[in-house]
Structures are given as structure tokens and as C-alpha cells.
Write a protein that binds this ligand. Structure first.
Ligand code: SAH
Length: 296
């Protein structure tokens, strides 16, 4: 019988991810904490180990099908090593850091020096997709946002136990936090899974994204109707639909999609509207009207 580590390794290999033993252990510890806490609060309906790996971990990491973090972060890492080559790199023992100085010199891209990428996971719940992304890409700066504080208390425990760095939990509603200049239009990426319909979700997410950054929504296989209804809102908020990536979760028949919206214009100050409105009255969707019977 496969051990949990075997199941995990096999799953991550299906995404072509080669992780260190420390990273595998972080996933195992995260699973244990999730299952333990799930006994006293509602964090996940899925508890079987293999299912958590596929439906939570791999689903969260499927973002790499549309964003090449490996390449992006690797290039930046190399430029940084170029600067820090003579410094003590003790604290960062990643395999990627064993690049020789010759490799490093072939990346003289000064523009990317010290470039960090900032990602917001909006409505993170039990940490999906933010925690799996952080484990696999420690270089990515991540903010986990949720309106339910006890979920964030759990996530802080996960962060501390796993020893994750450059990750922050923020308690609040998206509609309010997006008015804070420390967060508004400050992210390269805003991602969100299972939070709201795309028209409302666009109003939550797009205000957080920098111009030229992207908003990616995790959806099921059936996205067409939702996307059609959201097109107007996306445009009004300064976004432009760039790509939809469709795929199946490894070893299942479950269809998924990732909808990628690029921010092409700044979002008008008006948005997001006050808390509650984006979901009650999504931009561009007709108000509900009472249909009268046409009686002769
Ligand atoms: N992304 C997770 C959780 C989905 S449940 C996953 O895929 O498993 C949706 C989460 O979004 C809940 O934890 C809820 O508290 C949060 N949420 C919903 N609306 C929100 C808003 N306007 N601002 C911040 N968080 C919100």
C-alpha cells in the first residue's frame, strides 16, 4: 500500500513539480493540522488524504498551468544571486540556489533585480489556494484574506508550524480592504477559489490588482454562462479577459477551468461598492424585475 508520502509525491509529479523533503513534510503537516482543526470548525468537507491531495493541493497548484512561476521566480532568483553571490546564503538552502556563478552571469537583467511578486488569495478559507502555492513557491509574497477571523487564526497556526515566511493573514472584507492604499492596486496576482460568481468576484478582486497584473478565478468546468454575465463588469473594473485554461484534475474526470483577466486600466474610485453590494447587485447584471402576466 502507498504511504501518504508516496501519494503526495505521485500527485505533485503529475504537475511536474520536484520538491524538497522539507516541502513534502510541510504538505503532510498542513494536512494534519487541517484534519485536526476540522473536528472543531468547518474547514473542509474533504478529509480523505488522497482526495485532499487532488481536490485541494493539486487543484490549488493548477495555477502553474497558466502562470509560469517556476520560470519567473527562477530568473529573479538568479539575478538576486548575482548580487548576493558573496553573501551568506545559509538561510536559503533551496536546490535552485545551487546555480553556478556562470549560470548567474547569463542573466544580466537589471530590471528584475530585487523584483518580488505579490499574490493575494481572496477568500482563502482553510488556505486554498494560498498555502499550497506558498509551500511550492517560497519566493512568492502572499497575503491571505478572509472575512472570518477564526479561519485566519487557524492559518496563522499553519504558517507558524510550517515555518512559512513572507506570508501575511488579513482579516476583513474584500470591499473594505480594497479601499486601503497599502493593498489597493498593489498585487501582481489576485487569485480566488469558490468565493463568488465571477461578476461579483471581479469587483472584489480587480481593484487589488496592479495595472498589467492579473486576476485568476478558479472555476469548475462549467464557466461559460458565468463568464458571459461577468464580461461587462470585468471591462468596467479595468480588466480584459485574456485566457481560459481548461483541464481535468489528475486521475479524475473532474473538469476545472482557470479564467485569467488582465488589468489594462486602473479601477475607478467608485469600485468596489460598499460591502454586500457586489454580490447582491453585480455590475452589469439586470436588477430583478417582477414579470407581469399579459392578460387580455
Ligand atoms: N478559497 C477557499 C475557501 C472558499 S469558501 C477554498 O477554495 O477552499 C469562501 C471563503 O470566502 C469563506 O471563507 C468566506 O469567509 C470568504 N469570503 C466570502 N466573501 C468574502 C469577502 N467579501 N471578503 C473576504 N472574504 C470573503
Amino acid at each position: 500500500m502507498d504511504t501518504r508520502l508516496d501519494i503526495l509525491k505521485k500527485g505533485l509529479e503529475s504537475l511536474d513539480l520536484n520538491l524538497s523533503e522539507v516541502q513534502f513534510q510541510q504538505f503532510l503537516d498542513y494536512y494534519d493540522l487541517l484534519i485536526e482543526k476540522n473536528k472543531v470548525m468547518n474547514l473542509t468537507g474533504i478529509t480523505d488524504f488522497s482526495e485532499v491531495v487532488t481536490k485541494h493541493f493539486l487543484d490549488s497548484l493548477s495555477l502553474i498551468r497558466i502562470i509560469d512561476f517556476r520560470k519567473m521566480l527562477n530568473v529573479d532568483l538568479k539575478t538576486r544571486i548575482n548580487l548576493e553571490i558573496n553573501r551568506n546564503l545559509e538561510s536559503n538552502k533551496d536546490s535552485e540556489l545551487s546555480i553556478s556563478s556562470n549560470d548567474v552571469k547569463s542573466f544580466p537583467n537589471k530590471k528584475n533585480i530585487n523584483r518580488t511578486y505579490r499574490l493575494l488569495d481572496l477568500g482563502t478559507g482553510a488556505g486554498f489556494p494560498g498555502i499550497p502555492l506558498k509551500i511550492v513557491f517560497p519566493e512568492l509574497e502572499i497575503v491571505l484574506l478572509d472575512s472570518v477571523n477564526k479561519k485566519l487564526v487557524f492559518l496563522q497556526e499553519v504558517i507558524d508550524t510550517l515555518g512559512l515566511k513572507k506570508i501575511e493573514v488579513v482579516h476583513g472584507r474584500a470591499e473594505d480592504l480594497a479601499r486601503d492604499s497599502a493593498y489597493r492596486e498593489s498585487f501582481d496576482f489576485c487569485v480566488s477559489r469558490a468565493v463568488a460568481l465571477l461578476s461579483s468576484l471581479s469587483e472584489y478582486c480587480i481593484p487589488f490588482v496592479k495595472k498589467n497584473g492579473v486576476f485568476i478565478s478558479y472555476k469548475s468546468g462549467k464557466f461559460e454562462e458565468e463568464l458571459k454575465k461577468a464580461e461587462k463588469a470585468i471591462g468596467i473594473l479595468g480588466g480584459k479577459l485574456e485566457k481560459v485554461e481548461m483541464f481535468q484534475l489528475p486521475d479524475t474526470d473532474m473538469k476545472r477551468s482557470l479564467i485569467l483577466v488582465r488589468k489594462v486600466k486602473n479601477t475607478k474610485k467608485l469600485y468596489p461598492r460598499k460591502a454586500g453590494l457586489p454580490s447582491k447587485q453585480p455590475i452589469g447584471e439586470k436588477p430583478v424585475t417582477v414579470q407581469r402576466e399579459n392578460v387580455e
